[in-house]
Design a protein around this ligand. Structure first.
Ligand code: EPU
Length: 443
């Protein structure tokens, strides 16, 4: 159901919030729960839309899922092969993460086209190439990728053309079911991938990490080992709140349960003028300034992460310029920058994946009506609205629930004047009234 956010600015933030578990670490770990027949007990899994959809897909494979307090328990001892529901798989990009584990467990997968944010073409050729190197045969029936390894997977050499995050994760998970040694070269070394490796190691699997390769040694069958695992804090959420503190010129603190690989982002934020004080379990962020926008270019780890491009674009837009941003990972991740103009930002030119703001002055931001299109971009629009004078409405704000747990609630804890509304679907309501009325007549 579509939602919109109404935000009244400008606002100052103040206080402490707790960072949720990492979305992009949780997703592959949930998929990897298929790689043991023993119970998997996970803590700190973020309660997000993408996670719910992946859990429903796992449940459709007869994985038993229970949630009590903060503990998510998955039991795949009775899991069986099933074709994945295309309407569910099509809602999230992470459905692609079932490719490797299903192949390892059942030697057969029927994978409908994955969905996800519209930020680029998002092909899956690296994923398919990886499983092919491990002996899978692949065909496409017009709607589904069908992969099978009737005689089992065998270890092999997988070379990633680019260090793709989820393709590396799929290669690792497929390799668990491949007899012998698998070497994955040029893998993504992002911290979410390393978290998956720690989880697989906790299951008892042998994976070694070298500078530019991972080696998996497996004897084929799936283990029965039980696993207890705490998911690290979401580094993209931490980066987003650093940007929020800067945009609102505020001082906030972020409680967390461990993260890494934010060095590039921290040094970029410090160049802007944000003070960061790292204490055990808590990061103090002082964005009171003075701040100065800084140009940046996204890239593969250890360069500036693309998932923080939008929040830091909003931070730049709230500071004196000039600045530029180059997005090198996704072809269509500038929708939020187009919408920034609605807040009164002039002198902003967008050419393919290059944004340029040529003025040394900070634009005066005024409340506006804008529309989100993807997770990070919609979040950036909300952040910018916090610095704009007057009321802003951000339509299609449901995208935020895919990746930020309790985002609006956390903003309210910090003192923002912001509310989320779920749009009333008059037609759907009328239809369901009609259906219940006709049911009553038949009875
Ligand atoms: N690519 C291909 N072929 C493939 C796979 C990737 O050409 O088979 C290209 C992509 O088109 C892109 C580049 O390689 O240009 C990198 O894409 P990657 O595969 O690393 O992205 P992903 O695994 O689909 C994950 C995150 C994204 C994040 C990217 C980059 C998850 C579930 N998603 O996606 O997160 O932007 O890595 O870091 O881990 C988000 O959280 O908002 C999000 C989009």
């Amino acid at each position: 159901m579509s939602q919109h956010i109404v935000s009244l600015g400008p606002t100052k933030l103040n206080g402490q919030i707790t960072i949720s578990g990492s979305k992009n670490a949780s997703l592959p770990i949930l998929a990897a729960s298929l790689l043991t027949k023993g119970p998997v007990r996970l803590s700190n899994v973020a309660k997000l839309k993408d996670i719910s959809v992946l859990l429903s897909l796992l449940a459709s494979l007869n994985v038993h899922v229970t949630l009590s307090k903060d503990l998510l328990v998955l039991d795949s001892s009775q899991a069986h092969f099933a074709e994945l529901d295309s309407s569910q798989a099509g809602q999230i990009r992470a459905s692609v993460l079932l490719l490797g584990p299903l192949l390892a467990r059942f030697q057969h997968v029927v994978l409908p086209t994955p969905g996800g944010c519209k930020i680029g073409k998002r092909p899956i050729d690296f994923h398919l190439h990886a499983i092919e190197q491990l002996g899978a045969q692949i065909r496409y029936d017009g709607q589904n990728v069908i992969a099978s390894a009737p005689h089992g997977l065998r270890g092999g050499r997988v070379v990633m053309p680019l260090p793709s995050v989820t393709a590396t994760e799929n290669a690792l998970m497929a390799a668990i079911g491949a007899k012998g040694q698998t070497r994955i070269e040029n893998p993504s070394q992002d911290s979410e991938v390393l978290e998956l490796i720690r989880f697989l190691q906790a299951m008892g699997y042998s994976i070694t990490i070298e500078k530019e390769a991972f080696t998996v040694i497996s004897d084929g069958p799936i283990t029965t080992q039980s696993v207890d695992f705490h998911i690290m804090s979401d580094r993209m959420e931490i980066g987003t709140w650093i940007a929020a503190a800067g945009i609102t010129r505020s001082h906030i603190s972020l409680k967390h349960s461990g993260f890494n690989q934010l060095d590039t982002v921290f040094s970029h934020a410090r160049k802007i003028g944000i003070l960061l004080d790292e204490q055990p379990g808590c990061l103090f962020v002082d964005g009171r300034g003075p701040l100065q926008a800084q140009s940046f270019k996204t890239g593969f780890h250890p360069e500036f992460p693309t998932d923080l491009q939008a929040p830091f674009a909003a931070l730049n837009a709230s500071c004196p310029g000039p600045w530029s941003i180059e997005e090198t990972i996704w072809e269509s991740r500038f929708h939020h920058l187009e919408q920034f103009r609605e807040f009164g930002i002039e002198n902003l030119t967008l050419e393919k994946n290059l944004a340029n703001y040529n003025s040394p002055h900070c634009s005066e931001l005024i409340g506006s009506q804008v529309e989100g299109r993807d997770l990070r971009g919609t979040c950036a629009l909300v952040l910018l609205s916090l610095a704009a004078r007057g009321q802003s409405t951000i339509f299609q704000s449901h995208h935020i629930e895919r990746g930020y747990q309790f985002f609006i609630e956390k903003l309210n804890i910090l003192g923002a004047n912001i509310k989320q509304y779920t749009n009333y679907d008059f037609q759907a309501k009328a239809r369901s009234n009609l259906q219940s009325a006709s049911t009553t007549v038949i009875v």
